[in-house]
Ligand binder design. Structure first.
Ligand code: NAD
Ligand code: UFG
Length: 332
C-alpha cells in the first residue's frame, strides 16, 4: 500500500512517516520546507532504515500533484501540510486561508481526478471553540476563535460536503489535542526557529538556557491550580493513531471525526513540574497575564477512536517530558 504524505517533514508528519514505514507501508512525501528542514528526510531514513520518494514543492501546485499521482500509484493520502500558528493567523489571515484552503482544494481535486478517494485529515481540537462541558466529544458544537481554527473548520465542512456528493470517499478527520514530545531516538522532534508560541517548546528552550524564563499565562483559571489545563498527547501515540486511521479507511467508505487525545488534563504547572522532575533540570517561570483567547481547560473523550479505530494513547506525561528534552539536548 502506498500512502502520500503532505507536510511529511513537519513535526507530526515526520513521526507519522516513521510509523508508516515501520508498519510496512510505502510512502511518498511532499513538503515545501516552509516550516521544516530537509535534514528530516535523512533522519526518517536513519530511524527506519527504509527509503522513500520525496518531492520538494507546494501542495497548492496542481501540476506537481498531477505528476506525483501519475508517477506513483497512490492508495491513500494523509494531509498534514498547512500553517498552524494561531497568533500569526490573526495578523496574517489571508496567508492562512490561502495556504490551508488552497492546498486542500488542490489536493482533493487531484485525488478526484486520479480516483484516489481515501484521506486522513489533520484537524484540531480548536474546532470546539469554548466547549460547553468536559471531556469533549466529537458531536459537540463547532466554532472557532481565530483564522487558523476557521481554516480547519472550513476544511472539515468541505470534506463533509464532498462525501455527501460522492459516497465513494473514505475520510477520517482527526482532531488532535496538544501533541508534544519526540521520537525516542532524539533524531526528530519539534524545534521552532522563532520564539515558540506553544508551551512545551518554550519549556524546553528555558531548560536549555536558550530563553530565560517561561511566562505562565494566568493562574486565575477555573482549574485545580489556576493555570490552563490541556490534553497533552505524545506525538508518537498521535502518529500511531494515523496508522489505525489509514487501516480503517482503506477498508471502508464514509466520513467520520475522531478525537486524538489521552483524555487526561494537565495544567501548565503540572507540566513544568513534571518536566523538571523527570529531567532533573530547572525551568524558571513567572506568572503573567492571561493570553487573549485561551480557555480554562480542554481535554478529550477519546473513546470513539478506541471503539472504532482500535487506538488508545499509551505514553504518559513523563514520557512526553523526557523525550522532548532528549530531542533538544541532541540537537543543540
Ligand atoms: P508543521 O508546521 O511542523 O508541519 C507542517 C508541514 O507542512 C511543514 O513541514 C511545512 O513545511 C509543510 N507545509 C506547509 N504548507 C505547505 C504547502 N502548501 N505545501 C507543502 N508543504 C507545506 O506542523 P505540525 O505540528 O506537524 O502539524 C501538522 C498538521 O497538524 C497541520 O495541518 C496542523 O494544523 C495540524 N495540527 C497541529 C497541531 C499541533 O499542535 N502541532 C494541533 C492540531 C492540528
Ligand atoms: N502557555 C503558557 N505559556 C506559554 C505558552 C502557553 O502559560 O508560553 C499556556 C497556555 O495559556 C495554555 C497552555 O499553556 O493554557 C497550552 O498552550 P499551547 O499554546 O501550548 O496550546 P493551546 O492549547 O493554546 O493550542 C494548541 C495549538 C492549537 C490547537 C490546540 C488544540 O497551538 O493550534 O493546541 O489542539 F488548536
Amino acid at each position: 500500500m502506498k500512502i502520500f504524505v503532505t507536510g511529511g517533514t513537519g513535526y507530526i508528519g515526520s513521526h507519522t512517516c516513521v510509523e508508516l514505514l515501520n508498519a510496512g507501508y510505502e510512502i511518498v512525501v511532499i513538503d515545501n520546507f516552509s516550516n521544516s528542514k530537509p535534514e528530516v528526510i535523512e533522519k526518517i531514513k536513519e530511524i527506519t532504515e527504509k527509503d522513500f520518494k520525496f518531492y520538494e514543492g507546494d501542495v497548492c501546485d496542481k501540476e506537481l500533484l498531477k505528476k506525483i499521482f501519475t508517477e506513483n500509484n497512490i492508495d491513500a493520502v494523509i494531509h498534514f501540510a498547512g500553517y498552524k500558528a494561531v497568533g500569526e493567523s490573526v495578523s496574517k489571515p489571508l496567508k492562512y486561508y490561502r495556504n490551508n484552503i488552497d492546498s486542500t482544494l488542490t489536493l482533493l481535486e487531484t485525488m478526484n481526478e486520479f480516483n484516489c478517494k481515501k484521506l486522513v485529515f489533520s484537524s484540531s481540537a480548536t474546532v470546539y471553540g469554548k466547549p460547553k462541558s468536559l471531556p469533549i466529544k466529537e458531536d459537540f458544537d463547532l466554532s472557532t476563535t481565530n483564522p487558523y481554527g476557521s481554516t480547519k473548520l472550513m476544511i472539515e465542512d468541505i470534506l463533509r460536503d464532498l462525501y455527501i456528493s460522492d459516497n465513494e470517499w473514505s475520510i477520517a478527520i482527526l482532531r488532535y489535542f496538544n501533541p508534544i514530545g519526540a521520537h525516542k531516538s532524539g533524531l526528530i522532534g519539534e524545534n521552532p526557529n522563532d520564539i515558540p508560541n506553544n508551551l512545551m517548546p518554550y519549556i524546553v528552550k528555558v531548560a536549555n538556557k536558550e530563553l530565560e524564563c517561561l511566562n505562565v499565562f494566568g493562574n486565575d483559571y477555573d482549574t485545580h491550580d489556576g493555570t490552563g489545563v490541556r490534553d497533552y498527547i505524545h506525538v508518537v501515540d498521535l502518529s500511531l493513531g494515523h496508522i489505525k486511521a489509514i487501516e480503517y479507511i482503506l477498508n471502508s467508505k464514509g466520513i467520520d471525526e475522531y478525537n486524538l487525545g489521552t483524555g487526561n488534563g494537565y495544567s501548565v504547572l503540572d507540566l513544568v513540574k513534571t518536566f523538571m522532575k523527570v529531567n532533573d533540570v530547572e525551568v524558571k517561570y513567572k506568572i503573567t497575564d492571561r493570553r487573549p483567547g485561551d480557555i480554562d481547560a480542554c481535554y478529550a473523550d477519546a473513546s470513539k477512536a478506541q471503539e472504532i479505530l482500535g487506538w488508545k494513547a499509551k505514553l504518559g506525561i513523563e514520557d512526553m517530558c523526557r523525550d522532548a528534552y532528549n530531542f533538544i539536548k541532541k540537537n543543540k
